[in-house]
Design a protein around this ligand. Sequence first.
Ligand code: MN
Length: 189
Amino acid sequence: MGLEKYNKKRDFRKTPEPKGESKQKSGNTYVIQKHKASRLHYDLRLQIGDVLASWAVPKGPSYNPADKRLAVRVEDHPLDYAGFEGTIPEDEYGGGTVMIWDKGTWECRGNPEEGLENGKISFSIHGKKLKGDWALVKMKGKKGGKDNWLFFKEKDGEEDPEYDVTGEETGSAESGRTLEEIASEEGNS
Ligand code: MN
């Protein structure tokens, strides 16, 4: 996908978000950013090659394997984005507050590029809040031109239908701050 779309959507004189530059850097960064834009959602990002493949998950993750959460694939983000926590000005693209809700690494079972292509990615997450096995499966058809996937917990002994991870874990994995604290602090990033 590349970063053209990412850069096109943003005015870097106005937003504190990192500029989209490809850095040849191997790694397996995983991050979920809680994003209070016009609607609250969670952005799941997985490093594939030198970008972060990204999905917007309106309801966020669930430890209940029966909760298959809609995950809309969005433009690839630069690797530096994984470290971004702060506030995007209201009238800019994605205006609102961004929190690093969870971070760590991920491990793909199989080839991740092929997974993207074939619409099925099975992987482990080594985060602070999310652990164990998870999956992304592409839905058939393109409703309204959207690239819709489902994001869900796979049964691995760590699943827990009773555990409300987004309800109980509301602070930043990076700074411990709440969305309100991030929003009220100036010069944050
Ligand atoms: Mn977002």
